[in-house]
Design a protein around this ligand. Structure first.
Ligand code: LIP
Length: 261
C-alpha cells in the first residue's frame, strides 16, 4: 500500500485490532439471546482493541501523544503530534450484532489532522486519507457526491439516546431537514458516516455532541475527497463537539438548516 510510513503504521494497527474484533463480533452475535447480554463482553473487546492499537502505535512512534476513547490521555515528548483513536466506533451496533462498526485512527500534527484510517472490517472496506494526498477506499480514489439539489440528497446524522442533552435540538434539526431532502439516515457510527460522505454514499452528515475520536479521521477523509467540514456551532469541531459535513454544492444549504437550531 502506498502512503507515508505513518499511514502504514496506522493501517497495521487498525487491521491488527480488527482481526480480534471480528472474532469478538461473531461471539457477540451468539450472546444476543443471553439474559445478561453482551455488554461486559463488548466493553472488554473495545478496551482490548484500544490496547492493541496503543501498543503498536506507541512502539513505532514512542514520542507521540495519545487521545483514545477507552484510556487516559497522554501528552507526548513530541508535543506537536498525537494519535486520536476510537478503537470501536459504532459500539451499540457491535453490541446488537449489527455489522456496521469501524476502527478509527487519526494523526494530529500542530492541531491539524494530517492522516486518517477508518477500517470497516465487517465489510472489508479500508478508508485512508493523508493531508494533500487525497482519500481512498481499498486503494481506489474516492470523492464526495456531485448532487446539487437538497431534495435529491441523502444525509446522515447521529440520533441521541435518552438523556443526551442534544436530543431536543436534534429533533428540531430533523423537523427542518427531513421535509427538504430525499432521506435522513442514522447509522450509529460517525466515523463511517463521514467515510461514506467522502465516498459519495451520503451527500452530507451532521451531529451534535460528538467526541474528537469519533470524527478526527473522517473529517480529513471528507476534505481530501473534496467536501467541506465545519463545526455546526462555535469555533472548531473538537471544542464545540459539533460537526456538519457535505459536498461543496449543498454544504451551505445543509449548514443553514441545522444552524437555525
Ligand atoms: C458513536 C458515534 C455516533 C453517535 C453515538 C456514539 P461510539 O460512537 O460514532 O455517531 O451517535 O452516540 O457516540 O460510542 O460507538 O464510539
Amino acid at each position: 500500500m502506498l502512503g507515508s510510513a505513518n499511514l502504514n503504521v496506522m493501517v497495521k494497527a487498525a487491521r491488527t485490532a480488527a482481526r480480534k474484533l471480528v472474532r469478538d463480533f461473531r461471539e457477540v452475535e451468539n450472546l444476543q439471546v443471553s439474559v445478561k447480554g453482551a455488554g461486559d463482553f463488548v466493553t472488554r473487546a473495545d478496551t482490548a482493541a484500544e490496547a492493541t492499537i496503543r501498543e503498536i502505535l506507541t512502539t513505532e512512534r514512542p514520542n507521540y501523544g495519545w487521545l483514545g476513547e477507552e484510556s487516559e490521555e497522554e501528552r507526548g515528548k513530541d508535543p506537536t503530534r498525537r494519535w486520536i483513536v476510537d478503537p470501536l466506533d459504532g459500539t451499540t451496533n457491535f453490541l446488537h450484532g449489527q455489522p456496521h462498526w469501524a476502527v478509527s485512527i487519526a494523526l494530529e500534527h500542530k492541531g491539524e489532522i494530517v492522516a486518517g484510517v477508518i477500517f470497516d472490517a465487517a465489510k472489508d472496506e479500508l478508508f485512508v486519507a493523508e493531508k494533500g494526498a487525497g482519500a481512498f477506499m481499498n486503494d481506489q480514489r474516492i470523492r464526495v457526491s456531485g448532487r446539487r439539489r437538497l431534495i435529491e440528497c441523502a444525509f446522515a446524522t447521529g440520533l441521541p439516546f435518552g438523556g443526551r442533552s442534544d436530543l431536543p435540538l436534534t429533533l428540531k434539526d430533523l423537523g427542518r431537514v427531513m421535509p427538504a431532502v430525499a432521506g435522513v439516515r442514522s447509522t450509529g457510527s460517525a466515523a463511517l458516516d463521514l467515510a461514506h460522505v467522502a465516498a459519495g454514499r451520503f451527500d452530507g452528515y451532521w451531529e451534535r455532541r460528538i467526541h474528537a475520536w469519533d470524527v478526527a479521521a473522517g473529517l480529513l477523509m471528507v476534505r481530501e475527497a473534496g467536501g467541506f467540514v465545519e463545526p455546526l456551532a462555535g469555533d472548531d469541531v473538537f471544542g464545540s463537539r459539533t460537526v456538519v459535513a457535505a459536498n461543496g454544492n449543498v454544504f451551505a444549504a445543509l449548514a443553514d438548516l441545522v444552524r437555525q437550531g
